[in-house]
Design a protein around this ligand. Structure first.
Ligand code: PLP
Length: 432
């Protein structure tokens, strides 16, 4: 480790790097997964779904086992396995009966699929602003964005901390709205003793390759509502070909897809789910160590964890509030990266500013669904509608990816040492 005094030369200015090795990639796949996959391969049954009203409509043995295990882990009545959370969110919006022209409030700080799941049903995403310290939907902004057309809210638990579900569910009750919890980044996080993802009408988790646990691609939806669960299962598996024989009478959004998770992925999911508590606990340990090491650095704000909540730390989210003139966040991140820190990023996203929303072009080139008689014409995506999210993205936010590497305590200490070194020499970045 290099000398951390003020005299140490920053790596970005030609000095020695604090961290000279590549961190080990985060890899949750072990012998258990290999054996589980081999067992499925030996059985020859890689998927057992049938897109018809038949005993195999609900999938094969591994899918069903995985769903049962998810139900007991998350303490919910139903789990519906899907081939991605993108698919799951589309199924959830459809299951709620959202109709063309309905508005659904979403966060600008989420993955793009949270909002496009709404567009898939020709409904309209409306972006509310975020809280400046949890980066989740701000309930006050949600309420201010409610119109007579609003039917639902999708609350993302960004970076691993639950949205303010009490406040959001109270708003939903007051205005008769449904809530979907996008807990892609928060499996295993808790909100007042209950798992994030389980506090809304429907919740969902991603099992893609970048998450705490994964099946390559995959997702799982959770709900206590029998009707929503069944409607998600129908949308997952060619609803239109099934509803007649099944005797379903509510045909709203019974337009199905192939959102089915295979037997191999489900077998992986069964093993991965067993590891989730320990993987989340390790992220929390790393986060505690980072917090203890970094909290003395002036202007570097450490993550907020609300009382009675736990954070799954998909990202360790920080804010830069230094007033040092002439030193940009970009320059500081470049200096930290030059010291050898891998996995830092500046800003997140502001979905409302994507070309899709700026040009209101989704289906075809005539502006459907916005420029059509199903849409309330004033839906606004201009820069300035989410000032907190926009400012955080442009100026203050620094994220550290926590599911990218398998860090030892010694490596966490090296990261802290790199921050210390850069902070002790900030004025040199300014002079440079
Ligand atoms: C917040 C959020 N929502 C939805 C998704 C979509 O998940 P998937 O990749 O499983 O479709 C992701 C994935 O990155 C996500 O982070």
């Amino acid at each position: 480790m290099v000398n951390q005094t003020k005299d140490a030369k920053l790596a970005i200015l030609g000095g020695e790097k604090t961290i000279s090795h590549a961190f080990k990639p985060y890899n949750t796949i072990g012998e258990e997964e290999k054996q589980a996959v081999m067992q499925v391969l030996d059985s020859g049954v890689l998927s057992q779904y049938l897109g018809a009203w038949h005993e195999n409509f609900y999938g094969g043995p591994k899918v069903r086992q995985f769903e049962e295990n998810c139900q007991s882990f998350w303490g919910v009545k139903h789990a519906v396995a899907v081939n991605s959370l993108t698919s799951g969110l589309i199924a959830a919006v459809g299951a709620l009966g959202i109709s063309p022209g309905d508005e659904v409030i979403v966060s600008p700080w989420t993955m793009c699929a949270t909002a496009t799941a709404v567009l898939h049903w020709n409904a309209i995403p409306v972006f509310a602003d975020i809280e400046k310290d949890t980066f989740n939907l701000d309930p006050a902004s949600v309420e201010a964005n409610i119109t007579p057309y609003t039917k639902a809210i999708i609350a993302t638990d960004i970076f691993g901390h639950s949205a303010d579900m009490d406040a959001l569910m109270a708003i939903a009750k007051r205005y008769d709205l449904k809530v979907i919890s996008d807990a892609a980044q928060a499996p295993g996080a808790k909100y007042q003793g209950r798992y994030a993802g389980t506090l809304a009408h429907i919740g969902g988790f991603s099992l893609n390759y970048h998450k705490h646990i994964h099946t390559g691609e995959g997702g799982v939806m959770v709900t206590d509502d029998d009707d929503y669960a069944e409607r998600m299962r129908l949308i997952r598996n060619h609803a239109e070909a099934v509803v007649g024989d099944k005797g379903e009478t509510n045909l709203a959004n019974m337009l199905g897809y192939n959102f089915r998770l295979g037997e191999i992925e489900s077998a992986l999911g069964i093993e991965q789910l067993k590891k989730l508590p320990q993987l989340v606990a390790r992220r929390q340990q790393i986060a505690n160590r980072l917090r203890m090491g970094l909290e003395g650095l002036t202007g570097l704000v450490q993550p907020l964890i609300r009382p009675d909540c736990s954070h799954a730390f998909y990202v360790y989210p920080m804010k830069l509030e230094t007033n040092a003139p002439g030193i940009s966040r970009k320059r500081i991140i470049e200096a930290l990266t030059a010291e050898g820190i891998q996995g830092l990023s500046a800003g997140y996203v502001n979905l409302h500013l994507l070309p899709l929303y700026q040009q209101k072009t989704a289906y075809g080139d005539k502006g459907f669904p916005w420029h059509s008689n199903i849409c309330h014409p004033e839906v606004d995506y201009h820069k300035g509608i989410c000032p907190v999210a926009e400012s955080l993205h442009e100026h203050e936010f620094i994220g550290y990816q926590m599911c990218l590497h398998d860090l030892s305590d010694a490596e966490v200490d090296l990261i802290i040492a790199a921050f210390d070194k850069v902070w002790a020499n900030l004025e040199k970045l300014q002079q440079d």
